[in-house]
Design a binder for this molecule. Structure first.
Ligand SMILES: [Zn+2]
Ligand SMILES: [Zn+2]
Ligand SMILES: [Zn+2]
Length: 137
């Protein structure tokens, strides 16, 4: 699916900025940080607009936040299971100590965790750190 189609499906008005941000994610096979996105777009893009675009994409179920041990959030594309206001994620994120890239392991699910009574789960994040496939080659 192209960026333009994805925007249309999400009922988002098409802007060049939105399309370019989305294309960065479609081309990447790993999660992107704010600085990855700013560097990927070039200097003619306004930081505030980029942040706003990211927030919109998260709200619309196109991107999800990926927690990072460095404290800077990263973002990754969602699969079709996500919709506006509803994210369904059970996959593990893997951060490579060598190349620093964080990847969605869509096929690896977070194991069921039983919480004590009185605790309600809203979301779960699992970040595994190690050496990725590319760096192991
Ligand atoms: Zn999602
Ligand atoms: Zn790596
Ligand atoms: Zn993910």
């Amino acid at each position: 699916m192209t960026a333009a189609q994805t925007l249309r499906n999400a009922d988002l008005r098409h802007t060049n900025g939105r399309e370019e941000v989305l294309n960065l994610f479609l081309d990447a096979d790993h999660a992107l940080s704010h600085s990855d996105i700013e560097n990927g777009l070039g200097p003619d893009h306004d930081r505030v607009t980029i942040y706003r675009t990211l927030r919109t994409f998260v709200d619309k179920g196109l991107l999800h936040k990926v927690l990072d041990d460095g404290g800077n959030p990263k973002y990754a594309l969602c699969r079709d299971t996500c919709a506006s206001g509803h994210h369904h994620h059970e996959h593990v994120h893997f951060k490579c100590d060598n190349c620093g890239q964080t990847t969605c392991l869509d096929q690896v699910h977070i194991p069921a965790v039983a919480l004590p009574e009185g605790y309600n789960r809203k979301e779960m994040n699992l970040l595994i750190q190690g050496v990725c496939l590319e760096c192991n080659k």
